[in-house]
Design a protein around this ligand. Structure first.
Ligand code: CP
Length: 316
C-alpha cells in the first residue's frame, strides 16, 4: 500500500489490520515515553489547503511520535498566494526530501491528482478532499465505535451494530468514508437528513435513508453520528434556517433525553453547538467525541507506520 486516498483502497482485512495496529499505537501513547523510532530520519509534510484543527495536529503528533521530521505547510502564508501551482508546490516539498504528503484540499479529487500525476514519488494520504473522502476519520470513528460498544479487546469486525449518520450528508466526506468503511466491517448504516442534503444515488452506499430524525431514532441505533452543517459549502437554499434545522434534525436536549442511555453519540468535529448537537448531548457520558479525537492520533500513527515503516512483526 503506497497511498491512502479512499476507503476503497482498503479491503476488510487491511482495515482491520490498521485498526488493530492502532491499538498497539494506543499502548505506545499510554506510556511515559510516547515515542517509537520507526520513522527516524524520514520526513513527512502536512500539506493543508483548507483549515483544520484535529486532522492536522493529530497527523503532526502521530508523525512526531514515530520520530519523523514534520513540515507543516498551509496554503495561507505560502507561495500559493503568489500563484504557485499544486504541481510546483508538491515538487518543491519533494526536493527537500519529503517522503509522505498528508493532503487536505477543498477540491474533491485534488489528492488523487497528486497521487496519480507523475509529480512525485511520495506516499499520499488523503486528509479530507472537498466533499469526497476523509479515510482516516472513518478509521478513527470505526475504532471508537468498536472499542466503546464491543470492548477494547474486540479485534474483529462490527457485525451486528447499527449506525445512524445524521445531517449534511451531501457535503460530507466523513459520511461517505464512514458509509464505505462501516459497511465493509459488517455494520448496518442508515443516513438521515433533509431531502436537500441527501445526495441522489446515496441508496447504494447506505442500508436505509430517513428524512425524519424522530422516525429514524425509533429504530434503536447503537451509535448516532451527528454531522456538522457545512455552511461554507452551501447557500441558504439547501436548508431551512438554523432554528428549523435544529428542531428537525438536531440532537437537541429533548431528543437527547429520549435517546437510550446506551446509544453512543459521535461527531467528527468541529461542532456547531446548538445547531446539529446540544451541549448536553455533546458533553454527556455517552458521547465519544473526545475519544474520537484521542483515537485520531493512534489511527494516524498506524497509517503512517503501515505506509512508511518497514514491515515488522511487532511494534517496537
Ligand atoms: N474532523 C475533522 O476533519 O476536523 P478538522 O477539520 O478540525 O481536521
Amino acid at each position: 500500500m503506497k497511498h491512502l486516498l479512499s476507503i476503497n483502497d482498503l479491503g476488510k482485512e487491511d482495515a482491520l489490520e490498521l485498526l488493530n495496529l492502532a491499538i498497539e499505537m494506543q499502548n505506545v501513547n499510554s506510556r511515559d515515553v510516547k515515542k517509537l523510532p520507526a520513522l527516524n530520519g524520514r520526513t513527512v509534510a502536512n500539506l493543508f489547503f483548507e483549515d483544520s484543527t484535529r486532522t492536522r495536529i493529530s497527523f503532526e503528533l502521530a508523525a512526531k511520535r514515530l520520530s519523523a521530521d514534520v513540515i507543516n505547510f498551509t496554503a495561507k502564508g505560502s507561495s500559493v498566494s503568489k500563484g504557485e501551482s499544486l504541481k510546483d508546490t508538491v515538487q518543491t516539498l519533494e526536493a527537500m526530501g519529503v517522503e509522505a504528503l498528508i493532503v487536505r484540499h477543498n477540491h474533491s479529487g485534488a489528492v488523487n491528482t497528486i497521487a496519480n500525476a507523475d509529480w512525485s514519488k511520495a506516499s499520499v494520504i488523503n486528509a479530507g478532499d472537498g466533499t469526497h473522502e476523509h479515510p482516516t476519520q472513518a478509521l478513527l470513528d470505526a475504532l471508537t465505535i468498536r472499542q466503546r460498544l464491543l470492548g477494547k479487546d474486540h479485534l474483529g469486525d462490527l457485525t451486528g451494530l447499527a449506525v445512524l449518520i445524521v445531517g449534511d450528508i451531501l457535503h460530507s466526506r466523513v459520511a461517505r468514508s464512514n458509509m464505505l468503511l462501516l459497511r465493509k466491517l459488517g455494520a448496518r448504516v442508515a443516513i438521515c437528513g433533509p431531502a436537500t442534503l441527501i445526495p441522489e444515488g446515496i441508496e447504494g452506499l447506505s442500508d436505509q435513508v430517513f428524512y425524519n430524525l424522530d422516525e429514524a431514532l425509533q429504530h434503536g441505533f447503537d451509535a448516532v453520528m451527528m454531522l456538522r452543517i457545512q455552511a461554507e459549502r452551501m447557500n441558504s437554499a439547501f436548508m431551512p434556517n438554523g432554528a428549523e434545522y435544529a428542531s428537525g434534525w438536531g440532537l437537541g436536549d429533548s431528543r437527547f433525553s429520549k435517546l437510550g442511555t446506551k446509544t453512543l453519540i459521535l461527531h467528527p468535529g468541529p461542532m456547531n453547538r446548538g445547531l446539529e448537537i446540544s451541549s448536553s448531548a455533546a458533553d454527556s457520558e455517552q458521547s465519544a467525541i473526545l475519544d474520537q479525537v484521542t483515537n485520531g492520533v493512534a489511527v494516524r500513527m498506524a497509517v503512517l507506520y503501515k505506509l512508511l515503516a518497514q514491515e515488522q512483526s511487532n511494534v517496537r
